[in-house]
Design a protein around this ligand. Structure first.
Ligand code: AGP
Length: 619
């Protein structure tokens, strides 16, 4: 995934656009670039590396440069290694057209060959560069009198996913196109337009936005008049202007060293916000959003299975959901990686299944692909997006989490919000089947107080920091959890892997002796999740099996399992005892902090780990 920014209107400082681009850096940071109209010329500056490197390449000159038409880009490489040449923007041969692009143009090779045969000279290995040459070629062949007409003809030739912004320095026109990848327009002072892949970089200019729909072409002519045309329905369309309620501060660190730590600390508020108006303490009723409630009511007597589909951290939330469904409802349940489920969607009796599709960005290509396929087959689907206006939010009946924007590439608060939302869905299903269930009432009461417990736990994480110092130099880790804690072992291992680059594997505790135990020695510590519940003595047996092989153990315990486990392990992280269904969410927060401190102690880029991007919008 990449970050795309465009601007057209009155003259503004280019540094304002570069600062907006920085708020998209979580989307990818392999290279960065900017192109703008200046004194009649199209000026471009781009290089491998982060936006700070782009700034330094101006040698301070950018402070005095203003322009009326600008595009900028921060890249997560798909085609072509991260280097200066493959950085966006890309130009045509005559350096009249500049383009920035997010997505993948799947048929770029054949289009590129056609253009080479017509004499176009390419300089990069990217798929995106064909856009600037296609525009030039269509102008050469008189396939359009302005940038809009040319691009309307071009999009018919493109296959894949593309959100791109193109500027024509000669005609002084800008066009933005949204197809599969997100693109939002901000409007201010009547006819000034900021275009971006995500809302935070727009908030620096305005709270008035138009989220483009799939197939929209946004065109601004030289007089700064705009129109929106949808090439899927082939007509001009009117899009409502929406007003963003939250402000730019949410996209800033507010004094924390990293966004990730800020977002870990926001989790008490996220729990409260995601629960707001969705549980009624007087009647112990779960109030779902109408469309979600209606869909469940419609299918509840037809289904016998709840299937969770997602990727990465969201998959771990779905796997936790599988255990919630088994424990709280009388339905079967399973969870699949979205990238895998797409190969088994044939010969399934879809009427019997309710699909829960989880994606914080709402733009993950693997997740959207299988969701759209299932939707076309008539499946029952509820989406759990975090980003309002995302594809998952717009295309499906959605039960959104309310975590607010998550800038840190490693998901933290959004996992917690997803787990709470999934728990609410299962409590609602449970209440339909058994409205006087004591588990339901007790859990709703505990949910209502949960944010207070988390808030108190987050007041003192000194011992986690100390353990991070002690264990930060190990090169491998084993994470073990049983039943509801198994998804948390997976999530904890992913967190450590993705920000500290330490290899960490997770297994169901009972599975450890069927092979992974061969890994155990003094150099392979184990993070073992041991809440107080009916499984504790099974876990104690596994702990002793590890100790017998000189394995070091950090045990995550609560103040009820502590005395049972303490003497058998090397170190403990003690959490408050909470409701069995809330233990996974609380234990996960401790693992987020452990991973965060290890990565920070190793001096790594916690918010923008190498090779990653916040949302993977390519397959
Ligand atoms: C989580 O820390 C990772 N950044 C990644 O696994 C992420 O959860 C995955 O790409 C799914 O993203 P989504 O929730 O936006 O679909």
């Amino acid at each position: 995934m990449c970050g795309v920014v465009g601007y057209k209107g009155k003259e503004i400082k280019i540094i304002d656009i570069i600062n907006s681009l920085k708020l998209l850096e979580y989307r990818g940071y392999d290279s960065a670039g900017i192109a703008f109209s200046y004194n009649g010329n199209l000026v471009i500056q781009k290089n491998e590396g982060k936006i700070d490197k782009l700034l330094s390449s101006f040698n301070g000159k950018y402070k005095d440069i203003s322009s009326n038409m600008i595009i900028a880009h921060t890249r997560w490489a798909t085609h072509g290694i991260p280097n200066d040449i493959n950085a966006h923007p890309h130009l045509d041969c005559k350096k009249r057209i500049a383009v920035v692009h997010n997505g993948i143009i799947e048929n770029y090779k054949e289009l590129k060959q056609e253009l080479i045969n017509k004499g176009h000279v390419f300089v990069s290995d990217t798929d995106s560069e064909i856009l600037s040459h296609l525009i030039e070629d269509f102008f050469n062949d008189n396939k359009g009198n302005n940038l809009f007409e040319v691009i309307l003809n071009i999009v018919a030739k493109l296959k894949g996913a593309f959100a791109f912004v193109a500027i024509d320095n000669e005609l002084q026109e800008l066009v933005a196109v949204r197809y599969e990848s997100p693109l939002i327009i901000g409007i201010f002072d009547n006819n000034n337009y900021i275009i971006s892949s995500d809302i935070p970089s727009i908030l620096r200019f305005t709270k008035k936005i138009i989220p483009l729909e799939n197939g929209d072409i946004f065109y601004v002519n030289k007089n700064n008049e705009y129109k929106i045309w949808n090439f899927l329905v082939n007509k001009e369309v009117k899009r409502n202007i929406e007003f963003i309620s939250w402000d730019i501060s949410i996209a800033e660190k507010s004094g924390y060293k990293h966004f990730m730590l800020k977002e870990i600390m926001e989790q008490p508020k996220v729990i409260k916000d995601t629960l707001l108006e969705r549980i009624d303490l007087n009647s112990y009723v779960v109030n779902l959003d109408d469309k979600v409630k209606n869909l469940i009511d419609l299918v509840i007597d037809k289904i016998d299975n709840v299937m969770y589909l997602a990727c990465g951290t969201s998959y771990h939330a779905g796997l936790l959901g599988k255990y919630y469904t088994w424990e709280l409802t009388n339905f079967n349940s399973d969870a699949f990686y979205a990238s895998e489920y797409r190969y088994i969607t044939k010969n399934i009796n879809l009427e019997k299944i309710l699909y829960i599709i989880i994606s914080q960005s709402g733009e993950t290509a693997d997740t959207l692909f299988v969701s759209r396929e299932l939707k076309n087959l008539g499946a029952n689907i509820i989406g759990i997006p975090n980003v309002i206006g995302s594809s998952l939010y717009r295309e499906f009946v959605s039960f959104p989490t309310r975590a607010g924007i998550e800038i840190g590439v490693a998901a933290t608060k959004t996992f917690t919000a997803q787990a709470i939302a999934i728990l609410l869905l299962n409590l609602y299903i449970n209440s339909i089947k058994d409205e006087d269930n004591p588990i339901l009432k007790n859990l709703i009461k505990n949910l209502n107080e949960f944010h207070i417990i988390v808030d108190k736990f987050l007041e003192d994480y000194m011992n986690i920091q100390e353990l991070a110092i002690k264990y930060k130099d190990y090169e491998n880790f084993l994470y073990l959890g049983r039943n509801l804690m198994y998804p948390i072992a997976l999530e904890g291992a992913l967190k450590l892997k993705e920000i500290s680059y330490i290899h960490a594997e997770a297994y169901p505790s009972g599975e450890m002796k069927h092979g992974p135990i061969a890994l155990i020695d003094s150099k392979m510590p184990t993070m073992y999740l041991v809440p107080y519940n009916e499984l504790i003595y099974k876990n104690l047996s596994n702990i002793q099996e590890i100790k017998a092989r000189k394995g070091k153990i950090i045990a995550l315990v609560d103040n009820k399992s502590l005395e049972i486990v303490r003497d058998y392990v090397d170190d403990v992280i003690v959490l408050p005892y909470v409701d069995k269904f809330l233990q996974p969410i609380l234990f996960n927060i401790a693992l987020q902090l452990f991973a965060y401190f290890v990565a920070d102690l190793k001096g790594l880029d916690v918010d923008q780990p190498r090779n990653l991007a916040k949302s993977v919008t390519v397959e």
